[in-house]
Write a protein that binds this ligand. Structure first.
Ligand code: PGA
Length: 306
């Protein structure tokens, strides 16, 4: 059930790639239009204000490429069957090279779990902040564990913006879900206004800090940078890793996967996957289409450069 893609996501993805150009070798950057590149340079904030901490010479633990498919509020039981059939028949890199997690709406979690190949996992798109009870309409972390759902997405920008979930609330959810044994895809990201005000790093650092204050073990966290207006830069990923290094510790900074979400598709995934400090994707619209398989395959770009 491919969703019609408006031109906005395409524009956002193109812009994202332009922003990444600052990290490209000069021969690739030279292909950009000079005026676009200059405009881009003006807008991008540096992370110079972040404490500069030397990275360890060798990674302490390899970060396995992660590809999440966020189906959001889409689909029917038949659509689940169709999408899962495509995934089950796909030839993709081995589990050693890529971890794949798809996130259907709550009502299809069990169906998807039953049909999906064993090397792919499922995630819920949200869960309640604490133990269940009189919270009409909510789903508790315990229920997800009971259904053997291993992952949950928390703090997605749509929930922060549309349902007013604050950073503290999201952080409480992350801590509670982890304590129940769930693995968490924790989303952070700035709005367009914050971006334009030059406060991107401040905003994402504050969102990460709220989480860091409530958890001590990052093993089961994948940090997802999803700018609300879907434009990221390699610098933000680099800045986040430096923030973790300075504020949580070098081991966590080295081992925590920091992935990107926002208009990732079959056409741009390889170029994005090659960016330093980017350990995978959270994919929305394209995760409902066969091109999600190409996005999973982009893990080979990372393994080839390792
Ligand atoms: P998109 O959504 O890939 O459709 O931009 C990503 C997300 O919001 O998780």
């Amino acid at each position: 059930m491919p969703l019609p893609l408006s031109s906005a996501p395409r524009r956002r993805a193109a812009c994202f790639l332009r922003r990444f150009a600052l990290l490209r070798p000069p021969h690739i950057t030279a292909r950009l239009k000079p005026q676009a590149h200059r405009a881009h340079q003006k807008k991008v904030k540096t992370t110079a204000s972040l404490p500069l901490i030397r990275r360890p010479a060798r990674p302490m633990a390899p970060r396995k490429f992660f590809v999440g498919g966020n189906w959001k509020c889409n689909g029917t039981g038949d659509d689940v069957k169709k999408i899962v059939t495509v995934l089950n028949e796909a030839e993709v890199p081995s589990e050693d090279a890529v971890e794949v997690v798809v996130s259907p709406p709550f009502v299809f979690l069990q169906q998807a779990t039953g049909l999906l190949r064993p090397d792919f996992a499922v995630a819920a798109q949200n869960c309640w902040v604490r133990k269940g009870g009189a919270f009409t309409g909510e789903i508790s972390a315990e229920m997800l564990v009971n259904l053997q759902v291993p992952w949950v997405i928390l703090g997605h920008s749509e929930r922060r913006a549309l349902l007013n979930e604050s950073s503290d609330f999201v952080a409480d959810k992350v801590a509670y879900a982890l304590a129940q044994g769930l693995k968490v895809i924790a989303c952070i990201g700035e709005t367009l206004e914050q971006r334009e005000a030059g406060t991107t790093m401040e905003v994402v650092a504050a969102q990460t800090k709220a989480i860091a204050e409530k958890i001590s073990d990052w093993t089961n966290v994948v940090l997802t940078y999803e700018p609300v207006w879907a434009i990221g830069t390699g610098k933000v990923h680099d800045g986040l890793r430096k923030w973790l290094q300075a504020n949580v510790g070098p081991a966590v900074a080295e081992s925590t996967r920091i992935i990107y979400g926002g208009s990732v598709n079959g056409a741009n995934c390889k170029e994005l996957a090659a960016q330093p400090d980017l350990d995978g994707f959270l994919v929305g619209g394209a995760s409902l289409k066969p091109e999600f398989v190409d996005i999973i395959k982009s893990a080979t770009v990372k393994s080839a450069s390792a």
